[in-house]
Design a protein around this ligand. Structure first.
Ligand SMILES: Nc1ncnc2c1ncn2[C@@H]1O[C@H](COP(=O)(O)OP(=O)(O)OP(=O)(O)O)[C@@H](O)[C@H]1O
Ligand SMILES: [Mg+2]
Length: 343
């Protein structure tokens, strides 16, 4: 099955976010308004029953993309479409209607749950806000139980009256997921949902998300630093560098056969037991000869933003932005190396 054959839920086209930089009074007076180019010209499609991974190093703009898609930030330009209809909402009833369909899960479940309230309170509130609490106390109780069963917190009675600090990190993240499911959404935007959890329980939470994708036919955006987990968990993988997307395609292809020099660098720097025996092999050229610093996003490099770090950089790379070159039906890369191959 290819990555493009199920119903589109949420799409972004040309999505761009520049944050103003205000340093001091002199900057306020100067005409030259500096901005952080956090996200530039992002295309992205989330489909029913599919996980799309968004991978990149710290500061590459992943969370900004999720917040734009959740309509928590206004965008500088670009379009967001839910089932084909452009949506721009800022607060109010239309925002709540949008949230019912597109829910976000954050990295730190401890920060996103209120420490003074129980699991019952958090989940009841979510059900009520989204009009799903039922018409009687018994129905509400049944719906609360269902939510906890969905995230495999069983028996539900054991968890309903617990406070966040009485739960483990993994259990707290399951409660956050249950709360998001309280809206009965079509899309989940999960911003590094397991990166704060112990390694030993990460897999359990990822398996839960995968199970929800299948059973509830959810469209999931999975944001991560860890390209190895994208290979395991996501159907499609998109790679971001310094606010731009540089490569995308089926997770299998992008992780096994990366095309963009930045994706190769990411994979090289990820620990992978299959490759440990090749460390030190002179045939494996290092991709990051120039050293590993991401660029300033206030004055990002011209042309390809990766060119100052790229061992394959050609003169053109510093002046012209590479478009997406289709390498196969399930892989593209924005890199001039593939200009000829794509013809
Ligand atoms: N509210 C804001 N105001 C100004 N700049 C911001 C704001 N939010 C993010 N940025 C900047 O935008 C860029 C992208 O940040 P973002 O948080 O989206 O990256 P990220 O890929 O999620 O990083 P991480 O992996 O560390 O979570 C960074 O340079 C960041 O400093
Ligand atoms: Mg982030």
């Amino acid at each position: 099955m290819t990555v493009t054959d199920t119903e589109v839920v949420l799409e972004a086209e040309g999505l761009t976010k520049h944050f103003p930089v205000r340093r001091g009074v002199r900057d306020l007076l100067s005409k030259d308004r500096k901005v952080v180019h956090a996200v530039d010209d992002i295309q992205l499609t989330l489909r029913r029953g599919r996980v799309t991974a968004l991978v990149g190093e710290s500061g590459s703009g992943k969370s900004t993309v999720a917040r734009l898609l959740a309509q928590l930030y206004g965008r500088t330009s670009g379009d967001i479409r839910l089932h084909g209809d452009s949506v721009t909402v800022r607060g109010g009833r239309r925002f709540r209607a949008y949230c019912r369909r597109v829910q976000m899960i954050f990295q730190d479940p401890f920060a996103s749950l209120n420490p003074t309230h129980t699991v019952r309170y958090h989940l009841t509130r979510a059900l009520k806000i989204h009009g799903r609490a039922g018409t009687s106390a018994a129905e509400l109780e049944e719906n609360l139980r269902d939510l906890l069963l969905r995230v495999q917190l069983t028996p539900p009675e054991r968890y309903l009256d617990k406070f966040p600090h009485e739960l483990s990190g993994g259990q707290r993240q399951r409660v956050s997921i249950a709360r998001a499911l309280g809206a009965d959404p079509e899309a989940l935007l999960a911003d590094e949902p397991v990166s704060m959890l112990d390694v030993s329980i990460r897999l359990g939470v990822l398996n839960l998300l995968r199970d929800l994708k299948e059973r509830l036919n959810l469209a999931i955006l999975y944001i991560t630093h860890d390209i190895a987990s994208a290979r395991y968990f996501a159907d499609e993988t998109l790679v971001m560098y310094a606010g731009r997307m540089v490569e995308g395609g089926s997770s299998e292809t992008v992780t096994q056969n990366p095309a963009h020099p930045y994706t190769r660098l990411l994979i090289e720097s990820a620990p992978d037991p299959d490759r440990l025996d090749r460390v030190g092999d002179p045939r494996e050229a290092p991709e990051d000869e120039a050293g590993g610093e991401p660029p300033s996003l206030i004055a990002p490099p011209s042309g390809c933003r990766f060119h100052p770090r790229c061992i394959h950089a050609m003169p053109k790379c510093s002046t012209e932005l590479p478009p997406r070159f289709e390498l196969s039906s399930n892989q593209w890369a924005a890199c001039w190396l593939y200009e000829e191959a794509a013809r």
